[in-house]
Write a protein that binds this ligand. Structure first.
Ligand code: SF4
Length: 642
């Protein structure tokens, strides 16, 4: 299980929750777990709150974490991460005083003496980790943090023995590994997380990365784990836009350079894919992080061949990375118990109740599955011909095909739990009288805005577009710029099969090259321009920034894609009317007409509640954005109480 910041690292009850979180994954078969990042000193903290491992008190506080993992038969390494110029506080340091494009804080340049001290801090933290019971440490040398900043000419402008030629720039990571090995002895795991592909200008080339791999191997690393891309890279590395296993080839390059085992990572979310990567010889091991958030038993299920029983990570980032970046503990959209191991329990029901769940979307699925597994007799009504609700629309958006995995998983879970599923059925109140509990999970209905001409034949709803029922012309206006507006735009732009779903197409689309001499792994021409296939305008009434409701870690990918397609965006717009000519609006006091063959309404949702009941969850209770995260959480929490 690869490292992920959970947000618990800096919380007062963090150790207890981390112990429960990791123990659950060890119980589920994870062979080796790597914790989220802890800094070896004050300057290296990632956020304003202390997530540090550097003192005897830290050692004592952490003891329950490795103990809990060992009790389940697992092994655990503590990740040591110095954020360098990526820290969000005013004490940050770096090899050179260059501001990161993703951070407002400017780092202070480290003196030569401070560099020596920082290396010693890593070694001391590793010693303390060993004393706390950890089986090893992972030195975080990828994603653009301090170690990466020493390695790349982009961020290291030093003229002393720590800068200049590659041999000097590699001195910092090699010394960290060497002194850590000397301090912890020969039988302690030292995992070095290497940036297999930098994806930034002025980043290391493939050849330089291979040389670095050899240097850390010689310095005493036990395992080489891989990371892809710096956080400031403008190429997606873990989002849904990235094909599964897209970067395994970069790991293969390292495996060929060293003798120690090499670990592949990034967008590996299914056992058959993990197997393929190892069988092909791209890596010796695979590391999954989010996939073990969505299913803590991933490894055990993979081992027993229970593929259908795996709750696959859909790479949405909504409840994991996006949470971390707004200061909330991580969880998982499709597994709300993740991160709530000490709070959300599904105990066996003392009384078996008859429960009707109306609606087979995300909220209803989560409620029905968990309630039935607790021992209740559950009947699930769904008015459509299949389960999944809004997930069925989401899975049609380019890059969101993974939502289909969630539908299949929950269908399987309902079957195993003995839920009676009644499709094509919308029950009447009289049908529900025999039940002890009724759960209304009937979802949302699209909101129809009050605009003159909204009934024009060229006006269609996002539901009809995504379901493939509407015919859409080449000149399109989308009203509404929430997540659905962006999804519809991507769907329309890439509906002609232009979405880069295969690794080779993905590399061409984003300007990635496998040439081992290319700095950062970037193609010389950069990210290529796209020929516009459609004239698309998006507009909204509010003055808020474009795409401000999109996920913190994925919104930029959507915005970048739309910009490349030449999509025009308008805000602070007053809608006047829709007619044969197009959409009439007022913008900054001026009336204008935006021509349109088709106008797509993405103007919000309203709760759809054809029945009343004691329990109302998901969109039927509150319709905001299409919020699967809240829907599934409400479904699971209610199921735990029923
Ligand atoms: Fe995966 Fe989304 Fe869950 Fe994160 S929230 S672990 S990306 S399914």
């Amino acid at each position: 299980m690869g490292s992920m910041h959970t947000g618990f690292e800096s919380r007062p009850d963090g150790v207890e929750r981390l112990a429960a979180f990791y123990a659950e994954r060890a119980r589920g078969g994870a062979a080796l777990i790597v914790t989220g990042g802890f800094s070896p000193n004050d300057a290296g903290n990632l956020g304003p709150h202390r997530a540090q491992f550097s003192t005897a008190e830290d050692r004592e506080r952490h003891r329950p974490i490795p103990a809990a993992v060992h009790a389940e038969g697992g092994r655990i390494a503590l990740q040591l991460l110095h954020s360098g110029r990526y820290g969000f506080h005013d004490r940050i340091v770096a090899p050179s005083p260059l501001k990161a494009p993703i951070n407002a804080h400017v780092p202070r340049e480290l003196s030569a003496a401070e560099i020596e001290q920082t290396i010693d801090d890593f070694a001391r933290a590793a010693t303390l980790a060993r004393e706390a019971g950890y089986d090893g440490v992972e030195i975080m040398g990828s994603e653009g943090y301090l170690v990466s900043q020493f390695l790349a000419g982009r961020t290291n402008r030093r003229a002393d023995e720590w800068g200049g030629p590659l041999a000097n720039r590699m001195r910092f990571p090699a010394e960290i590994v060497r002194r850590t090995r000397a301090a912890t002895g020969p039988d302690f795991l030292i995992v070095y997380r290497i940036s297999a592909l930098e994806l930034v200008e002025g980043g290391l080339s493939g050849e330089e990365t291979a040389a670095l791999a050899c240097a850390v191997e010689a310095a005493g690393a036990t395992l080489l784990n891989t990371g892809i891309g710096w956080h400031e890279a403008r190429i997606p590395t873990i989002a849904q836009a990235v094909p599964r296993g897209a970067f395994a080839w970069a790991t293969r390059r390292l495996k060929q350079a060293v003798r120690i085992p090499v670990i592949a990572s990034n967008r590996i979310n299914a056992p058959e894919l993990a197997e393929e990567i190892v069988a092909r010889g791209d890596a010796d091991l695979v590391s999954l992080a989010r996939a073990m958030l969505s299913d803590p038993q991933f490894a055990a299920k993979a081992r027993s061949g229970d593929r259908a029983g795996i709750n696959v990570c859909i790479a949405c980032n909504q409840a994991c990375l996006d949470h971390y970046f707004i200061g909330e503990p991580v969880s998982c959209v499709v597994n709300p118990r993740a991160g709530r191991e000490t709070k959300l329990f599904f105990a066996r029901a003392t009384t078996r109740k008859r429960i009707a769940v109306i609606g087979g979307g995300p909220a209803g699925l989560a409620c029905a599955a968990n309630a039935a597994e607790r021992g209740h007799a559950v009947t699930l009504y769904e008015k459509a011909a299949g389960l999944g609700g809004q997930f069925n629309l989401a899975k049609r958006v380019p890059g969101k095909q993974e939502f289909g995995e969630s539908i299949a998983y929950y269908e399987e879970r309902l079957k195993r739990a003995g839920v009676e599923v009644l499709l094509n059925q919308a029950p009447q109140p009289s049908d529900l009288e025999a039940f002890d509990e009724t759960v209304i999970a009937t979802g949302i209905a699209p909101r129809l805005p009050a605009i003159a001409g909204v009934g024009h034949s060229k006006v269609v709803s996002y539901v009809d577009v995504l379901a493939g029922r509407a015919s859409v012309g080449r000149e399109v206006v989308i009203l509404g710029m929430g997540g659905i507006g962006f999804d519809v735009a991507l769907y329309l732009l890439e509906r002609d099969g232009r979405a880069p779903l295969e690794p080779a197409a993905f590399e061409a689309h984003w300007g990635i090259t496998r040439d081992p001499k290319a700095p950062g792994g970037l193609a010389p021409g950069g990210i290529p321009a796209l020929a516009p296939g459609l004239r698309l305008t998006m507009m909204k009434r509010s003055a808020t920034p474009f795409g401000h409701t999109l996920g913190r870690t994925t919104g930029w990918v959507h915005r970048a894609e739309l910009a490349r397609h030449g999509v025009r965006m308008m805000k602070s717009v007053e809608y006047l009317k829709i007619d044969d000519a197009g959409v009439h609006v007022r913008l900054e006091g001026n009336a204008l007409v935006v021509p349109a063959d088709t106008v797509v309404l993405c103007t919000g949702q309203l709760p759809h509640r054809p029945l009343e009941g004691r329990h109302v969850i998901g969109g039927a209770r509150e319709a905001g954005e299409l919020d699967a995260k809240r829907a599934m959480l409400e479904g699971a929490q209610l199921a735990a109480r029923l």
